[in-house]
Design a binder for this molecule. Structure first.
Ligand code: ADP
Length: 290
């Protein structure tokens, strides 16, 4: 149903009493290592709901690479196009403060080695999928090549970065959170207006996720609000990736954009009820129970 072209990172998580200042050392909790990275997260989110998913990307031939592969395998994600690379696997060093405030350093490692060639080599796979799901944690030439081959490209412009007009024009939808929307447009603003302004940049459709407030969808000049169920939020890590993975799947099975976004908002809400990223992602039964 969905081919995700993107990143896989090992998340190295340490809880701290406070974040270290430059030059300072603080002692933290025991290290926890979790599978993460926006690409792998999207793939797992969709697969756990029942989608058939493949992840194209790169990991190192190291311990983290094995962890990432095992977690994809566990959720039934096809990792035949996840190549072993002579570089360290991507990692994210995540310090979590007492209020749940994160500071994060990402070392892209193998993710930085994903090339246009990798994507072109998998052209038949990408062309055969109804939806290709993308983010910006791998080099732009690979993202652009994948968007060109896709029948439909769902593009989460995250981490937010300036991108060529050609990529914008291929986004259907462009998916961003409020923060990324403000960065792209250069000004903060009310979600409806931001969505219309983003649409004017050239994508075929736009989705802005709004945390507990759900999302707005802009298509053909019209904007629709999509609510999120009320839940007790414990940890919002990876909520946007869960949203995008779920959205990609529903679009792949032919659902209209606004209905797909409403479903994705339920998946995002389910994902914030438990700690972690992939660990928190719901099954279909859990989404239906919401
Ligand atoms: P990101 O993780 O990229 O910052 P958001 O915070 O907008 O993205 O979250 C993505 C989706 O997850 C939202 O559209 C919403 O459906 C769901 N979500 C996030 N936070 C909450 C929350 N506190 N309560 C309910 N749903 C939430």
């Amino acid at each position: 149903d969905v081919v995700v072209v993107g990143s896989a990172n090992a998340d190295l998580v340490v809880r701290v009493e406070r974040h270290p200042a430059p030059g300072e050392t603080v002692l933290g909790s025991e290290l926890a290592v979790h599978p993460g990275g926006k690409g792998a997260n999207q793939a797992v989110a969709a697969a756990r709901l029942g989608a058939r998913v493949a992840l194209l990307g790169r990991v190192g031939a190291d311990q983290h690479g094995r962890l990432l592969r095992e977690s994809l395998e566990h959720d039934g994600v096809d990792h035949g196009h996840l190549h072993d690379t002579p570089a360290a696997s991507g990692i994210a060093m995540i310090a979590v403060g007492p209020q749940g405030d994160n500071s994060i350093i990402v070392a892209p490692g193998a993710n930085a080695r994903v090339t246009e060639g990798d994507v072109l080599q998998a052209a038949p796979l990408l062309r055969s999928a109804p939806v290709v799901s993308l983010q910006l944690e791998i080099p732009l030439p690979a993202v652009l090549a994948a968007a060109r081959l896709a029948r439909r490209a769902v593009v989460n412009l995250s981490p937010a970065a300036p991108v060529p007009d050609e990529l914008l024009a291929l986004c259907d939808p462009l998916v961003v959170n409020e923060h990324e929307a403000a960065l792209l447009l250069g000004v903060p603003g009310e979600a409806d207006r931001q969505a219309k302004s983003l649409l004017a940049l050239g994508p075929r459709s736009v989705v802005i996720t709004l945390g507990a407030d759900g999302a707005v969808v802009a298509e053909d000049g019209a904007v629709h609000a999509v609510p999120s169920p009320r839940v007790a939020a414990v940890d919002t890590t990876g909520a946007g990736d869960a949203f995008t993975g779920a959205l990609a799947w529903r679009l792949a099975v032919g659902e209209p954009l606004t209905a797909a976004a409403a479903f994705a908002a339920r998946v995002g809400a389910a994902a914030v009820r438990r700690p972690g990223a992939q660990d928190s992602y719901p099954t279909m039964a859990e989404v239906e129970d919401l």
